[in-house]
Design a protein. Structure first.
Lengths: 93, 242
């Protein structure tokens, strides 16, 4: 079974995402494919429009390639993708 | 409608009759969730047995009370108990333990001795550390009912200061009974009235008896569930090759 502990170090581009919680109510239930990622934002293409979503204060449901759906707090995703790869999971609680 | 919680019932666990009496009385007093305090070495099977024996109208919460004198022993105890109990409370006897407990994310509640006011280390530094983690300040109401007047007055003064500091730094306060005797248990609204003695207003006191402890329990139960992966990461649906 895939080790889910490393999901926060994973590359998000190409994965499907659904926004389930957000400070901006217009982003709620927005779903699409992640096409770009920066330190503080994620760009989602919902098939109609590309939207740049701020990671902080947002909760995503991200679908991995094996079909597993994870609920991830956006605060844990803050950071450049190349820096997140280096991040080690120190806290387990 | 509020779901009242008493997170700190401290019966002698070997006296099953006393435990049962406390649970029955808590139900009569409108508590929907109660936390039975257990020492760190308590068997998980005992907690499960307690849940099975208890009345179905109440939700039993497993709670552990850690009492340490050094931060090192606290960290060791936390490593052992965190994934076994739903609520972890630390009784801080020294300043270093208080500081460590406040900044550790694994601690849910901090409380301090009520008989020795010099050992109540909840100051601005402590509150600032507690506000950064999810630590809440627990205040037992039992001493307000049992202490003599000459010790009660300075305690109330200290509690007033602590409540003021907690509100300033946005540290949550949890009100509990802390009783081991059925006769000392009170209705939640009685505790709300008592809380006015240390300047905790009605709404805040009601939250301290319901919303705040409920949020602690829900948060920890979610973390103890098999769907928990890491801080901020939960499994919603498992994939095909899982």
């Amino acid at each position: 079974m895939r080790c889910l502990n490393t999901v926060l170090q994973d590359i998000l581009v190409g994965k499907k995402a659904v926004i389930v919680k957000s400070r901006n109510p217009s982003y709620l239930n927005l779903s699409g494919t992640i096409i770009d990622e920066t330190k503080e934002t994620i760009t989602i293409d919902d098939g109609v429009k590309r939207r740049m979503i701020i990671k902080r204060g947002t909760t995503f449901h991200i679908t991995l390639h094996d079909g597993t759906v994870l609920e991830i707090d956006g605060n844990m995703l803050v950071g450049r993708p190349e820096d997140r790869i280096k991040r080690r999971l120190r806290r387990r609680w | 409608m509020r779901k009242f919680v008493d997170l700190h019932l401290a019966p002698k666990l070997k006296d099953e009759n006393q435990v049962r009496q406390l649970i029955v009385r808590a139900i009569e007093l409108d508590y929907r969730r109660i936390g039975i305090s257990a020492p760190p070495g308590t068997n998980k099977r005992y907690i499960r047995k307690l849940r099975e024996d208890a009345d179905l109208n109440v939700d039993l919460v497993s709670r552990v009370d850690i009492t340490c004198t050094t931060p090192k022993s606290l960290l060791k105890a936390l490593r052992q108990v965190r994934r076994r109990f739903e609520v972890v409370a630390v009784t801080c006897l020294t300043k270093s333990v208080a500081r460590q407990a406040a900044k550790d994310h694994r601690v849910d509640l901090v409380n301090f001795p009520y008989t020795d006011l010099k050992r109540r280390f909840f100051d601005k530094a402590e509150a600032e550390l507690a506000s950064g983690s999810y630590c809440a300040l627990e205040l037992d109401m039992n001493p307000l009912l049992t202490l003599p007047a000459n010790r009660l007055v300075p305690l109330l003064r200290t509690l007033r200061q602590e409540v003021r500091i907690a509100e300033k730094f946005d540290v949550k306060i949890v009100l509990s009974s802390g009783v081991n005797d059925v006769s000392l248990m009170r209705h939640p609204y009685d505790y709300v009235s008592l809380a006015r003695l240390f300047d905790l207003d009605k709404e805040s006191a009601l939250d301290s008896l319901s919303e705040i402890p409920n949020s602690i329990i829900e948060r920890n139960r979610r973390k103890l569930s098999p769907d928990y992966v890491a801080p901020g990461v939960f499994v919603v649906r498992r994939g095909g090759d899982g």
